[in-house]
Design a protein around this ligand. Structure first.
Ligand code: DAT
Length: 175
């Protein structure tokens, strides 16, 4: 039997992009959404690793560099069919992908600080991430790369926010 997207190719499955400063709750929200919808969780860092797009290790930032020239076309292709919940801290590399909604998670300074401390961040890494959130770097990036009509800015401070964000996504998928 044909699926709805085969029968109605003009109404393909949607992709949702979750972005935000590290610690704002992307992974937590993505797991909740994936548990109650048909979306498949795609974590860009893991996708890059699985597709051999990791470059050398950056000692200062404590992470691997990503070979974006190799990664971007692979992401564009993988996301074509729709049905993905894409998670990454930034959105520049997703700009040429099929993205139907960009959810920008925001967390107030005090809970974000506690979350990052609990994760073991300190010194420059902690400061840079706090600055990133306070200066709304990820939000600015979203507005630079996506149409503002696709961008929803949502709070991610507590359990109630988490539940409301799951409901927002469910309603969006029903439209
Ligand atoms: P990210 O994937 O953006 O780095 P995370 O999902 O790993 O963030 O969450 C970081 C920590 O914060 C983790 O201990 C779970 C907690 N957390 C996430 N969302 C939350 C929320 N809405 N309310 C309270 N705690 C939350």
């Amino acid at each position: 039997m044909e699926s709805a997207s085969q029968l109605y190719p003009e109404n393909p499955k949607k992709n949702i992009l979750l972005v935000g400063t590290p610690g704002t709750g992307k992974t937590t929200l993505a797991k909740r959404i994936a548990a109650v919808t048909s979306l498949t969780h795609l974590e860009v860092g893991k996708f890059a690793e699985e597709h051999n797009c990791l470059g050398s290790y950056d000692e200062q930032l404590d992470c691997f560099e990503i070979e974006e020239e190799k990664l971007i076309p692979l992401l564009v292709n993988a996301l074509k069919p729709g049905g993905f919940l894409v998670e990454y801290h930034g959105c520049e590399w997703l700009a040429s992908c099929k993205i139907d909604l960009v959810l920008v998670l925001q967390t107030e300074t005090a809970p974000l600080y506690d979350r990052l401390k609990a994760r073991g961040y300190s010194g420059r890494k902690l400061e840079e991430n706090m600055e990133c959130e306070i200066m709304q770097i990820i939000l600015d990036e979203a507005y630079s790369f996506f149409d503002e009509k696709l961008i929803w800015v949502v709070p991610s401070n507590n359990e109630q926010d988490l539940e409301e964000n799951v409901e927002r996504v469910k309603r969006f998928l029903e439209t």
